[in-house]
Design a protein around this ligand. Sequence first.
Ligand SMILES: Nc1ncnc2c1ncn2[C@@H]1O[C@H](COP(=O)(O)OP(=O)(O)OP(=O)(O)O)[C@@H](O)[C@H]1O
Length: 855
Amino acid sequence: MQPSRESPLENVLNQPLKRPKIPNSGRVSSAHPYRHATKGPLYPTLPSPSTYPAILDKATTKHLQQQYRSSTQSPTPDASRNDILQLSHVKWGLDSNFVEGLKNCGIEVMYEWQAECLSMPGLLEGEKNLVYTAPTSAGKSLVAEILMIKRVMETRMKAIVVLPYVAIVTEKVKFLKKVVEGIEPCINVTGYHGGAKSSLGWKDADISVCTIEKANSIVNAALEDGSIGGLGVVVFDELHMLEDDHRGYILEVLATKLLCLQQSLQMIGMSATLSNISELGSWLQACQYHSTYRPIPLQEYLVYENEVYNEHNQLIAHIPPSEVKDLKDPVMNAIISLAYGCVVEGYSALVFCPTRDMTERITKLLGQFMPPADEDVVEQRREVIRDLAASITGLDRILGKSILLGVAFHHAGLTTEERDMVAEAYDKGLVKVICCTPTMAAGVNLPARRVIIHPRTGRTLLTPAMLRQMRGRAGRKGKDTVGESYLCCPKVDKDAVKELLKAPMPRVKSSLTVGIQRALLEVISTRLATSLHSLDDYIQCTLLYHTSEDKAAIAALVQSSLTSLTSSELIREDDTGGFEPTPIGIATVVSGFGPEEGVFLHRELSRALMAFNLETDMHIIYNFTPIYGLTEVNWKILMNEIEVLDESGLRTVTFVGVNPALVNRMARGGTLKEDSPENVEKLRVHRRFFVSLMLRDLINEIPIHHVANKYETPRGFVQQLASTCKGFASTTGTFCKKMGWGGLAVLLEHYTYRLDMGVKDDLMELVKLPFVKSYTARMIYNAGLRSIAAVAAAEANNLILILEAAQPQRLRLKIEEEGMLRKRLQDRAERIIKAARRLHGVDPSTKLLSLKHPS
Ligand SMILES: Nc1ncnc2c1ncn2[C@@H]1O[C@H](COP(=O)(O)OP(=O)(O)OP(=O)(O)O)[C@@H](O)[C@H]1O
């Protein structure tokens, strides 16, 4: 049965715009929530010192106004004053098309610090590495981009840009493509991350923009096949990620491998939060540069108990308390007041919240107070809502309602598509406030005049580096001309937050101790170092070795890691007393897994090879369910699902090692501690099986939001699962091929495609057509056009009707829009039929049947 679609869109679009709730509103005619509470200014916020409430004495006000004026004077360099800042200056030796590309992105002249940094000896020649730090939004990327693109153009060697998050990879690819647009011969920029599908291998791309893991895999593969010699420059953006608990060691493993290469390779690392630049610079054998320049200075404030303090700890304003019940809490009152004040001044704000739940709560609350917008803005917001409704997950009710009012939330519970749409609407000024979790802080370039920060992430206090990244989102050059940051804390946190504000940036430390086995396995497997002597040399190139006092402890760690890798059969001793990789070791490294993952996967796949259940999809789906990033099991749901499995399903349960008795026990409140390797593995198998049930449903065309509801899991996780799963299936395919398990690899490839399309076997043919995704394919199939041949012979009118029926927003469009929609569908129908004819071997130019739209 076809699952029904939820369509709250109609309700959302048709509802009258809700105006603020005003308590005791009998006497208050304005929509403003605070007016009744104070005789002060209409806006209880601080858009600029000149509009501060008159609680300040004249002298302080004058002082603040002067301070404000001097901080907002445009600091953009005046090129006429200094020729050398011109990008076209002969000193930089930049191609005119490159200069033009930068101009198209709003960059015409360098800042002085950028020019000074680039002038350090050996940099423009590609002879020296560089580590540098400058405040957020200081324009760090330009320095790296000039060095990288210049080198790619001059040497035709390849470049890799390493970034921490997928969203920044996507943004960077877009930016770089625009910059290199006019360059001849053309420079190919390609993005690589877990879920991305790219037809280009890194050898075909001139600039590969990658997540940390992808960059490491690319370098491993290039070491293995000998193509590493073509790599000329590597940029590490957000270098402070080195100390990330989960992924930092991969960055260190990658950089250390590159340091060991005997080739001319320029490494460039930067971050806004590096305090030990000299330590990192000497590790990377790089010249170092430190700037404190920020083109748009930040005004920073601390708010508690409705009082606003400036960075000198002077009380500068008072936010009137509110009578609104939800705003009794001073933190909430401050957040809403400040966001509201920013919007009524015509600017945009970001609100950083500690939890996902809080982002939604503040969004809902703020929505009640948003000022009315012009009708054309409201109409454009409706358009965004329609796009969201047409996405595979359908429309989130809170998001739909709040976007109409100009507010939205943004957290990992949303799908990537939803997050992109929200960010785009904000960038265009349609959404004026985004309430987000701290994940939005890294690297994004959005127009925020004001960032409003709650000082916690989850239950813990922000770190100084996180706080700096969040503040750094305000006042970005090219996006806004002023930046303000307000840290709003409860009174109990006041002292801790004051300490946080004073705290120096901590030293960026190595986190390699957790990943030393992986580091050793990778160099042995790629044969970068195999003898004890060369392994020793390699370890000496790590940041860990470079910064540790206790070298003996490192030697002991290396020794125990080699023993552990040997007993896991990932490496073995060779005849010379050194080490060589085993097939499992090679398969693990080539497919980008860590040692422990490789061993687990090998055990799981070996078991599957001995007893594989192909009666249904269940067993194969289990085998391409990722082994990392799994959710906790909801044992009750798992128990219920196992209860309704048929015999073949139950056989799969046994084959994969799921124990129904254990599941029942856990569902009734039992416990299973991860206190032994057996229990750890047991839990992992059950988690994997639980997640594989979600994937089974996705493959069976159940929409993402239904799957999320059924397993009580955030939608974002389910969508993320579909994309990580594609990446995982393809890397597992590589693992199988390396192990010589070709049959299993073929099966995985087939299912990767099905998962990609989100369809059952019967639709595999139809989804090859343009514009035909799972839901539309099912509609076409159900209407009797079950093959490409049938579509090739179809009447265009019939297909238009089917496409129309497949539009989720069809019924809600206004009459004149329907005219536009039909035109679009007519065009699509034509293109689908032409494509079907081409695929079926019929002349696509044959006249299409009755294209006049049916009345
Ligand atoms: N010389 C320049 N002239 C004008 N705009 C510039 C210049 N250099 C950089 N910019 C612009 O400033 C903005 C911020 O630059 P960038 O993203 O490089 O900041 P960043 O230092 O990397 O900050 P963060 O650490 O927060 O990511 C971008 O929009 C960029 O295009």
